[in-house]
Write a protein that binds this ligand. Structure first.
Ligand code: FAD
Length: 366
């Protein structure tokens, strides 16, 4: 029986595995149904990171997109805003360098708690593990708005939404992914309307990037608006229907906006828990309920890693946020297995270990 199995080889799975590798003598493995960094390989080619990479590691400011204290995508890739393919290359390089025990092309289809551990059914056969880390990501769980005609929408995570489109373009949802894809189509010469009742393009009051557009998005938004081809509408879409020459999106305020192609839903993702969904309790807002160790409140020994983590009002939806938990989870797993976890303090020194979550809500003064 393994001490731990990590499901998913994106930044969360690779990062957690790297922390597990620092625990003396721990026997663990990683599986992914696709390749290392599969989600990033599946990103539309035009999409790039919005968190910048920079090799500040030596001075305690570890590259924001790094998953290990001694690595930096800026250093290994030579770019500051990696594309999906570039970031997948970084992840593969790190996994190879640290010789992670990893199986690609191995899908987990079911998980059953059994005898102080878990029986995990994979496409290559069963695996037994004492602890389990779900790092399956949210990309496989795109969420469309519940409005009439929603099957007529293209989700922003799909390649179709990024292709050139005839006529005007309508984007439902105006946060990061909505701004991203709208700016992309404006750059290609389309007239674009973004519809979002919350007006997330306005500055907002807090400094947390999970609730406020990133500077890169803000700069792109200003540039797109200056072309006169981008319109922002603070209303919500209530229905989509086909017309003789395209599509009509009806808004809550009675107006309609028309488009020459299927409207794009930039409405985010769900928790994507797949085969472990039944092993987590759900919070009132639909996100999995976790204890202070990012462990399921329903199933001891099952941990969550990645952008799906929520604690109270805190979202961990960037690499620089959810990586704060890799070493913490590895320490809990290592302690339970009776192993030496001292090496994980290197994560803290690199600014990559937060075990006291009360310090994460700091606001910038200016
Ligand atoms: C469009 C978009 C843009 C983003 N931009 C940024 C950004 O600029 N900066 C930033 O910090 N964050 C960004 N994020 C947020 C976050 O960093 C990414 O979502 C990131 O991919 C999350 O990492 P992860 O490892 O949790 O999930 P993923 O990278 O999705 O990895 C999950 C892995 O699990 C595998 N898997 C899933 N189910 C199974 C199964 N049943 N069996 C085996 N394997 C399975 C998948 O194949 C995949 O490889 C962005 C997210 C999105 C959606």
């Amino acid at each position: 029986m393994l001490d731990a199995l990590v499901i998913g080889a994106g930044p969360a799975g690779i990062g957690t595995a790297l922390a597990l590798a620092a625990v003396d003598d721990l026997v663990f493995g990683v599986v992914d149904r696709g390749a290392i960094g599969q989600t990033f390989l599946d990103w539309p080619a035009e999409q790039t990171f919005l968190t910048p990479s920079f090799t500040g590691n030596g001075f305690g400011a570890t590259d924001l997109n790094s998953v290990h204290p001694e690595t930096s995508p800026a250093f290994s890739l030579g770019v500051d805003y990696p594309t999906g393919r570039q970031y997948a290359t970084y992840l593969r390089g790190v996994a190879t360098h640290f010789a992670l025990p990893l199986l690609e092309g191995t899908e987990v289809t079911s998980v059953t708690p059994r005898d102080g551990g878990f029986e995990v059914r994979c496409s290559r056969g069963p695996v037994l593990a004492r602890s389990l880390v779900w790092a399956g990501g949210e990309f496989g769980d795109p969420v469309a708005p519940r409005i009439a005609g929603h099957p007529l929408l293209d989700h922003s995570s799909g390649a179709a939404a990024w292709e050139s489109r005839p006529g005007d373009v309508v984007v439902i949802g105006g946060y990061e992914s909505g701004i991203d894809i709208a700016c992309h189509h404006v750059r290609r010469g389309s007239r674009v309307t973004i519809v979002d009742e919350q007006s997330p393009w306005d500055a907002g009051s807090g400094s947390d990037p999970s609730f406020r557009l990133a500077p890169r998005s803000r700069m792109r938004l200003v540039a797109a608006l200056s072309t006169g081809k981008l319109t922002l509408v603070a209303s919500h879409a209530v229905a989509v229907s086909p017309t003789s020459d395209g599509y009509s999106t009806r808004l809550g305020d009675g107006r309609t906006v028309t488009s020459g192609s299927r409207p794009i839903a930039a409405t985010g993702f769900g928790p994507g828990l797949g085969p472990v969904e039944h092993l987590f309790a759900s919070r009132g807002d639909g996100w999995p309920e976790l204890d202070e160790d990012d462990q399921s409140t329903l199933t001891p020994g099952l941990f969550l890693s990645g952008a799906t983590i929520r604690h109270g009002g805190m979202k961990f939806c960037f690499v620089y946020k959810f990586r704060q938990r890799f070493a913490h989870v590895a320490r809990v797993i290592g302690d339970r297995a009776g192993k030496d976890v001292a090496a994980l303090e290197a994560w803290r020194a690199a600014g990559m270990l937060t075990d006291d979550l009360s310090c994460c809500g700091v606001e910038c003064a200016c």
